[in-house]
Design a binder for this molecule. Sequence first.
Ligand code: 3HC
Length: 278
Amino acid sequence: MTFRDIKKVGIIGAGTMGRGIAQVFALFNYPVVLIDRESVLGVAIPKIKERTAPELWDKVRSLITTDTDMKRVRDCGLIIEAVYEELDVKKEVFASLSSICAPTAIIATNTSAIPIGELARFVKDPSRFAGMHFMNPPKVMKLVEVVRGPETSDETIEVIEGLARAIEKVPAIVGDTPGFVSNRLLFALLGEAFRVLESGVATKASIDTVMKYGMNHPMGPIELADFMGLDICLHIMEFLHKSLGDDKYRPTEELKTLVKEGKLGRKTGEGFYRYAAR
Ligand code: 3HC
């Protein structure tokens, strides 16, 4: 089997990442089945439209089928799970997929941090299971982190790698560790930025200026945290702190307080920074 055998892609979860991944595959002419609750799908399609060039919209829309019934991914060669980062939620999805999908189907997860080996316990065939980790926003970010679990086959890795290239992404194959390579490194930076801020050594604007203009990062770390969502950042940091036992991932009090107050970053209009209503 090669990546060319994958003719249709199923995506479970139509939040920021799921809908962005659906958009990318449709832009590259793959029929996509996007599964979620009606209320989430109702938001996802206009959001995809907002970020699609008008001349490509008819094509993209015609290639994306939305449904609330997971059985609709039955004929998909690749199914990407992009639901909430809770083990129980993911477990339920994988259990359903095991009875729905063809034995030849490859199941991938877009988890940000949960080791593939841990999730592989819930799929029927762990050799056909791997991480396919897109970055936010999926349409723009070139990286796809391809995560090899303890039982992932070479063929599965090659198919996912080939598919990533077919949608003009740059794959990086990595081993299985909490947060993989991307979020282990990113949250080492973000955690340190939060601590520098907490210590009063520099303002958030100065911290962001240092990284933007000193290291050519498109966004400074504080701005990036707001962009990703502070609830998501907190969740990942707590997970990394617990699973790696390393204090550099310990969330700061300010981050915890902002999340408690519902100040989740750009999506709520306020996080570390305030944003004008769109
Ligand atoms: N959603 C979708 N697309 C977006 C977007 C968003 N929120 N914001 C911008 N874009 C798209 C625009 O539509 C545009 O697309 P086009 O080129 O096809 O027209 C393109 O991005 C550029 O948009 P702008 O010119 O308005 O914006 P900027 O030039 O300021 O770039 C950015 C915006 C691409 C978000 C840039 O600031 C950036 O690269 N930031 C860093 C993002 C990053 O590091 N992401 C990784 C986060 S870590 C992660 O995802 C891992 C996960 O597990 C947590």
